[in-house]
Design a protein around this ligand. Structure first.
Ligand code: NAD
Ligand code: ZN
Length: 314
């Protein structure tokens, strides 16, 4: 049970009491909870045990393909139909899609209402819920429309991870590895050698990873310099992710980022920034954890074009 103090909000890890008190103190006019069918099935009943208030549930369909303005219009309509006003609270209970889209809807509805991020995937707990980047995909490009706005609070509960499918676990694990690689060598060397990643103690791992992202984003909230370090693996990774987004075998975000990290580590080696030993360590560890994706090597020109239009979301 830990609390991470950020500049204008707090991130609470495994602390239902804080959540309950927060709701009492805020005393919103009404509460809207945004879920998808999976967070509704696996997480909502746990959440409702700690909400001593009535609330409106807004459910959208899971998946990156639904992180669109059309879905936002539907959410804004539901908010209006159910009497959301400027003192309402929106709680985003789900993975990064729910957090990004729900946060965007909240930040724009009536020029902005309070919202809480309650991330339920490993990726959203260590990455998407921290730093205030919100938005949706547009015209085939990831996170093309959005804004930066910090949430009223973030409540992370690592128990939600128990129902997460293995591939989603690995996807989030890529971001944990990235945080280790860019800021904490010891954590990288421990994390990169794990065999059964589902069995680790995530309370500590999530806390440490969030601390890294928080520290970087607070030093450079608008990505003028240091925050770019969080993009490691993402310039190539996003291009790979976008390229296969509409294919029959799309890659999960973390899988694409793992490919990006190997590729960008290679470039770092080529310009003399890391040693051959480090390059092999990164490559071998990521290959062991994520497997090999031979299809990546072919469409280099297309990937470079995608990199030109990319804007980062970490
Ligand atoms: N804002 C940021 O800084 C930031 C950073 C990184 C990623 N992102 C965004 O986050 C998104 C990816 O997030 P994600 O990986 O969480 O994807 P996601 O939200 O699509 O969730 C992955 C899947 O897990 C399901 N799920 C969620 N919680 C579950 C649980 N507890 N048990 C079982 N299933 C569960 C979801 O329904 C979904 O099917 C992308 O849109 C990406 O652009 C944003
Ligand atoms: Zn990422």
């Amino acid at each position: 049970m830990k609390t991470i103090h950020c500049k204008n909000y707090n991130i609470h890890v495994n602390n239902w009491k804080s959540f309950e008190n927060y709701i009492i103190d805020l005393n919103p006019s009404n509460i809207f909870v945004l879920v998808d069918e999976n967070s509704e099935k696996y997480c909502l009943h746990i959440f409702l045990e700690h909400l001593y208030r009535t609330c409106h549930i807004i459910r959208i369909q899971s998946g990156e393909q639904n992180k669109t303005i059309t879905t936002c219009q539907w959410v804004w309509t539901k908010l209006m139909q159910n009497g959301a006003d400027r003192h309402s609270l929106i709680i985003n209970l789900g993975g990064g899609v729910i957090g990004d889209l729900g946060g965007f809807c909240a930040a724009t509805y009536m020029r902005g209402v309070h919202f809480i991020q309650m991330p339920t995937t490993l990726l959203s707990q260590v990455d998407a819920s921290v730093g205030g980047k919100l938005g949706v995909d547009f015209a085939g490009f990831k996170n093309m429309v959005g804004l930066i706005k910090i949430p009223a609070a973030v409540f992370i509960f690592t128990d939600f991870l128990k129902t997460l499918p293995n591939d989603q676990f690995r996807s989030g694990y890529a971001e944990l590895l990235k945080h280790g690689l860019i800021a904490d060598k010891e954590s990288w060397s421990i994390l990169s050698k794990q065999e059964k990643i589902e069995d680790l103690d995530y309370e500590i791992l999530v806390y440490e990873s969030v601390m890294i992202k928080k520290s970087v984003t607070e030093q450079d909230p608008y990505e003028n310099g240091l925050r770019k370090i969080l993009n490691f693996g993402h310039t190539i990774g996003h291009a790979v992710e976008s390229y296969w987004m509409d294919s029959k075998t799309p890659l999960l975000h973390g899988e694409a980022i793992a490919i990006g990290m190997v590729s960008e580590a290679f470039l770092s080696y080529r310009i003399g920034k890391i040693s051959e030993t480090d390059l092999f360590d990164i490559r071998n560890s990521l290959l062991r954890l994520f497997g090999h994706h031979p299809k990546f090597v072919k469409p280099v020109e297309d990937l470079i074009n995608l990199m030109h239009v990319d804007k980062k979301e970490f």
